[in-house]
Design a protein around this ligand. Sequence first.
Ligand code: SF4
Ligand code: SF4
Length: 314
Amino acid sequence: MRQVKLGLWGAEVSELCFGSLAVSPLQGRLTETEGVNVLRYALEQGVNWIDTAEIYDNYKQIASAIKGYPDVLIVSKTYAVSAKEMRLSLEKARTALNRETLDFFLLHEQESALTLRGHAEAWEELMRAKERGIVRWIGISTHAVAGVRAGALQPGLDVIHPILNYQGLGIVDGNLQDMLAAISFASELGIGIYAMKIFGGGHLTHDPKKAVDFVRSIPGVQAMALGMSSREEVDYNLLLLSGKDIPTSLQDKVRHRERKLYIADWCQGCGRCLEACPQGALHLSETVAVVDPEACILCGYCGRVCPHFCLKIV
Ligand code: SF4
Ligand code: SF4
């Protein structure tokens, strides 16, 4: 698999990063063991880094998967605001992943300079952790153009994980051109960039080659995280990235698996999921939550706030 360097001073990694949201309890598609098996299969095929987050709640799963793979790099993310919360997040990750040193640690879903200012204490603590050798590279993930621009100017930042796909789906504050300009700005500063949601949360899977080729064509974007929840999806993505033909039988198994957000009929209409959706894809109709499938990128973030466990990606 193609190896890349993340930015001017970043890690050497495979072009494909395993997006582990797809195997995590947050999305609830697989059991923990099934997820471990898919992760291990991808590592055996040469994927050498895994993207997770504290809210995915799958550190234990990843710790099992990476046994025997000490060189696999892990990215995690936190919503920590204060220094104390950041310390707790770092310790939780170190303990649960059984790693003295964390590879990448990011602030999750930073939307703008304002959001980053609100997390200033946590960021400073993260920089101290980097100085002390507890973390090797630090950064942010974002669905926003302003997040990329602000992240690029954040002191000590090494890596940005932005949303990027050829239709600009899921960008919360601008269009594709705005995002490309922001990415170009960040990459000129030497920052490593790996893209998320390159298939637009499932909306662009009808032409996966176009989706991959687009991301590869953007100067300054070195890698991409793809969610995978089966061995077939791992095989499919590896063939896709290698430019080899994908057997029709494999295409049939993978490409036509439409996914959607399922909202259980016991929804109480409390509205908490609406606030948690970064895409504004949910609204209340009468007294139940309703999703706009065109706007939903299947991130699963709404599911974690529902007190009645109504929301699931199926
Ligand atoms: S509705 Fe839920 S899964 Fe869809 S984009 Fe919003 S938070 Fe993500
Ligand atoms: S959080 Fe759950 S109960 Fe509340 S509106 Fe959303 S789906 Fe319904």
